[in-house]
Design a protein around this ligand. Sequence first.
Ligand code: HEM
Length: 272
Amino acid sequence: MSRLDTVGDTLVLAPGDRRWPAWLDLLQGLSGLLLVLFMWAHLFAVSSILLGKPAMYRVTRFFEGSLFFDTPQPWLVSLVALFIFVIFVLHTLLALRKLPSGYRQWRAWLVHMGGMRHEETSLWLVQVITGLVLMFFATAHLLELFLHPSNIGPHASAARIASGGWVLGLVLLLSVEVHAGIGLYRLIVKWGWFGLVDTAARRRRLRRFVYALVAFFLLLGVTTQMAYLRIGKESAVRDGLRYVPPGSAQIVPPLSDEAPLRISQTGEEVKR
Ligand code: HEM
């Protein structure tokens, strides 16, 4: 069957082809939803430091396969980082296709937005800006973890954040939480999930709920970074010593590429 039909004098796509944009939209929404859920789970995992170093250490070991392997397997972290990156790139490409192209289209859109003064239309611009920031900052973060998966832990993460990583962390936190919150709201509105936007009052309530959720994750993120910064000032971290839970005796690689460390039975870290 021909892929093109004519309506009057105009050539148009055949009906089958017209479904593509809807499928791509659905794929964009689902990949976004997956990233939002990953992001929130990830922030809870990172914030385990608020419960103490042993808690964060256990979470790190879990992601290194402690359920199945006796020794840490950091490549598992690289694998997850790669998977998330693929979803992230897919989501970005699907979103980029909907951006206005060129100066004229952008100007028309901005004039339209200014004239309407409609909160949800303005939210779309916030999505574009935070999405662009994420393209660079999330890629940098994922690349770092992909290449150095064993450099995650109570001391390793604190050392990274205290040596300037907090700048990347804060920008990433702000843009990702705002982007995730607005994205989720727009997804629910677009597909009309659970009747949450059936009336104007329900829609307003949903918006307030999403704003509260964003505020919660921002607060959790900032508190977490402050905890890492505090740990980053400890002399053991500044000396480049890895965290080892009390009671374990093992040889562990240091934070930098120096000689390995010897860890005493009481959990004391001995630099060699
Ligand atoms: C497998 C993938 C990922 C892993 C293993 C991971 C791991 C980590 C770790 C260990 C930290 C603590 C700081 C550090 O060690 O540098 C952190 C912080 C952070 N990550 Fe990720 N991350 C991943 C993916 C992502 C993605 C895709 C995003 C966002 C697009 C993201 C956003 C953040 C943010 C915002 C922080 C700062 C958290 C805070 O403010 O408390 N991460 N991540």
